[in-house]
Design a protein around this ligand. Structure first.
Ligand SMILES: [Zn+2]
Length: 64
């Protein structure tokens, strides 16, 4: 889909904590990495981002 969009590199989606797996809705204009997990205080990543997938792969011991 093409069209004019206001905002950054995509709106919507979720931020995921790499520590405990907590998910939160991504806030437009606020990078996930700037958000902190409310549960464990660790940095969060954009769900489905290359970085997130890399972390999941590294942690993946028997997952999927
Ligand atoms: Zn967490």
């Amino acid at each position: 889909m093409e069209g004019t969009r206001s905002g950054g590199a995509g709106d919507g989606g979720f931020c995921v904590c790499v520590g405990c797996g907590h998910r939160e809705a991504h806030l437009s204009g606020v990078p996930c990495r700037k958000a902190r997990c409310p549960r464990c205080g660790k940095a969060m990543l954009r769900e489905g981002s290359p970085h997130h997938q890399e972390v999941m792969t590294r942690r993946g011991t028997g997952v999927g």
